[in-house]
Design a protein around this ligand. Structure first.
Ligand SMILES: Cc1cc2nc3c(=O)[nH]c(=O)nc-3n(C[C@H](O)[C@H](O)[C@H](O)COP(=O)(O)OP(=O)(O)OC[C@H]3O[C@@H](n4cnc5c(N)ncnc54)[C@H](O)[C@@H]3O)c2cc1C
Length: 561
């Protein structure tokens, strides 16, 4: 992550990097924090927070010394010592997740203690302290990630799809983990054999140093790490946002910052498609580009800062719109009532019709080109399938670390589907070879992808190549199956909104009001659709963000009526 975070600008004074991560607050700043919490004495040896604690207070040291420690079987590893004027905590104080470190008093003295809610209230009202605390928390989390100081160990293989999925889930959730590669660490393989862990059980995830999970689902990992708060089915949320891509996160930031009680449901990890983009260069305000993970990671932190509740690995399975109130059903059949709903479920990569595609997904076939996938094919030949902007970005990005990139394009060229700036870069890049009117016809390999066959549609000739990495960047279809019959969709399954809905469609959908639907409103009053899932949407991060924020203004209007 870029540590010179423009979203969280530095204070005007000159500070060293260490002071940014572990700053010493001024007396005036401490007085402002004290107004939100309580002063209390500390005792030598007192454990203020322990690893795995769900309730994690925030402490400012007035006198004495507190150490943040990573407990291990052998001994506690010191992460940092906090002295007078310094404060505890990292990103999980904002997200409300379990503590990853132990906080112990080594020199008795006095602290100011704030509960998480008091801390959130402080950062929402005090811009200067918000800047200092947010920056420190984010950079401390980055430090934990860089030093592998997490509470999770992933034992897996680079050739295993489940291992890639789990690592991606943890990485995109910003959760540090230590990784053991079975292909390199023969002792680890022997250990797994002794415990009769077979191939289907890989990866093995050791969660919080205690629970051993065999090839767990993302939802199981989220539960173990306490990523989600308890859902209160009795509480009616002002606004439920389904999907935490750029459009859903933008709606969450605007909704929560404007005082709405907001719950976001995300079936996988926050960030959506944008989160899998290696470099977004056309989003306003980032002239040198920004990785999708960085951009959406910041948006996620921003939504949490304003008090939005975000549930990860908790997908909506059904929208119930027949009763008096809308409810969104989630995985375990639980129902979440809402006064208004924003559908922001985006789209999913199209999977070409290749017989054994799923065998190689994550084991040579990838749907995103981020540094994580790039690491797997350094110095090798790769194939990028597709002729759109995402394929172009992937090809340019991969060309810097691989030996050769073959771009396979079904159409006659790139001009109709790709931005000019990318076409120029591809044409000028000797490491990228574009093959038009060409498509993959077979994937081969045992255990992982080893060989590809592609066909030139002009000649019908099939060529075989020993290439073990294919990036499928062939567009997407909308995630609307869960809406089943509730909402009017277009012929491709995208959600119709506002002026797109004809009077026939509205009368068939039994639109109950005298006013027509608002701009982003669906065929149900109070249910909006934004971003890639919406019919007629321009598939860009900026338009997703714009629509997410506009929808919130319209939600206010509906809630007032
Ligand atoms: C590789 C790649 C590179 C790109 N590069 C650029 C670029 O450079 N510039 C640009 O402007 N655009 C780019 N785009 C397009 C851009 O990412 C999308 O337009 C944008 O992400 C759309 O945002 P969204 O929030 O509408 O949907 P998405 O990003 O698709 O997010 C939808 C979210 O909803 C979740 N979801 C789906 N179903 C459910 C459910 N039932 N319950 C709960 N959650 C659900 C998904 O897991 C996902 O997180 C790129 C896209 C890709 C794939």
């Amino acid at each position: 992550m870029d540590t010179s975070d423009p979203a969280l600008p530095l204070p005007a004074v000159t500070v060293t990097p260490a002071e940014r991560v572990f700053p010493t607050l001024t007396a005036h700043q401490i007085t402002r924090i004290a107004a939100h919490g309580r002063r209390r004495p500390t005792e030598r040896g007192e454990v203020l927070v322990d690893v795995g604690d769900k309730v994690v207070p925030f402490f400012v040291v007035i006198s004495g010394e507190i150490q943040a420690l990573q407990p291990t079987a052998a001994a506690d590893t010191l992460i940092v010592s906090h002295h007078a004027g310094q404060f505890s905590g990292e990103a999980n104080l904002i997200s409300g997740r379990r503590a990853m470190a132990r906080l112990r008093v080594v020199e008795p003295g006095e602290v100011i203690q704030l509960a998480r809610e008091q801390l959130l209230a402080l950062i929402q009202t005090d811009a200067e302290l918000s800047e200092i605390l947010m920056r420190a928390f984010i950079q401390r989390r980055l430090g934990l990630i860089a030093r592998d100081l997490g509470d999770v160990v992933v034992v897996g293989s680079t050739h295993n799809a489940g291992t890639l999925r789990v690592k991606e889930f943890l990485t995109r959730n910003g959760h540090p983990f230590h990784s053991i590669d079975l292909d390199r660490d023969k002792d680890a393989q022997e250990l797994l054999d002794r415990f009769q862990v077979n191939v289907a059980d890989v990866p093995v995830v050791i969660c919080r140093g205690a629970v051993v999970l065999r090839n767990p689902t993302n939802a199981r990992i989220a539960d173990c790490l306490g990523f989600n708060e308890e859902i209160d089915e009795a509480r009616v949320n002002d606004l439920v946002i389904v999907g935490a891509g750029p459009s859903g996160l933008a709606a969450a930031v605007y909704g929560a910052s404007e005082g709405l009680n907001v719950l976001v449901l995300e079936s996988n990890v926050p960030g959506g498609q944008a989160g899998s983009s290696s470099r977004i260069e056309n989003y306003l305000g980032f002239p040198t580009g920004i990785s999708g993970l960085d951009l959406t990671g910041r948006a996620y932190a921003q939504a949490l800062k304003f008090g939005a509740h975000v549930m990860v690995a908790k997908g909506a399975t059904r929208l119930a719109c027949d009763g008096q109130r809308y409810t969104v059903e989630i995985d375990e059949g639980r129902r979440i009532p809402a006064r208004a709903i924003i559908i922001a479920t985006g789209a999913e990569y199209r999977r070409p019709a290749l017989e054994n595609l799923s065998t190689f997904e994550g084991a040579g076939v990838y749907y995103g080109a981020t540094p994580m996938e790039a690491q797997l094919c350094i110095g090798e030949e790769v194939v990028v399938v597709g002729g759109g902007n995402s394929a172009g970005q992937a090809a340019v990005f991969l060309s810097s670390t691989t030996r050769r990139v073959h771009m396979l394009v079904r159409g006659p060229g790139l001009a109709d589907t790709m931005s000019q700036y990318l076409i120029r870069r591809i044409e000028e890049n000797p490491a990228i070879e574009v093959r038009t009117r060409t498509q993959i016809v077979a994937l081969e390999g045992s255990g992982r992808l080893e060989r590809i066959r592609w066909r030139d549609d002009r000649t019908g000739e099939i060529e075989g190549h020993d290439i073990g990495h294919v990036f499928m960047m062939t567009g997407a279809s909308p995630n609307t199956a869960w809406l089943r019959g509730c909402i009017v969709l277009d012929d491709k399954g995208f959600v119709k909104t506002g002026p797109e809905l004809s009077s026939d469609e509205l009368s068939q959908a039994k639109w109950p009001l005298t006013r027509p639907p608002y701009l982003l409103e669906t065929s149900r009053p109070g249910i909006f659709a934004v971003g890639d899932v919406r019919s007629g949407n321009v598939k860009r991060v900026a338009s997703a963000v714009g629509e997410g924020s506009i929808a919130v203004a319209l939600v206010h209007q509906v809630l007032r009526q």
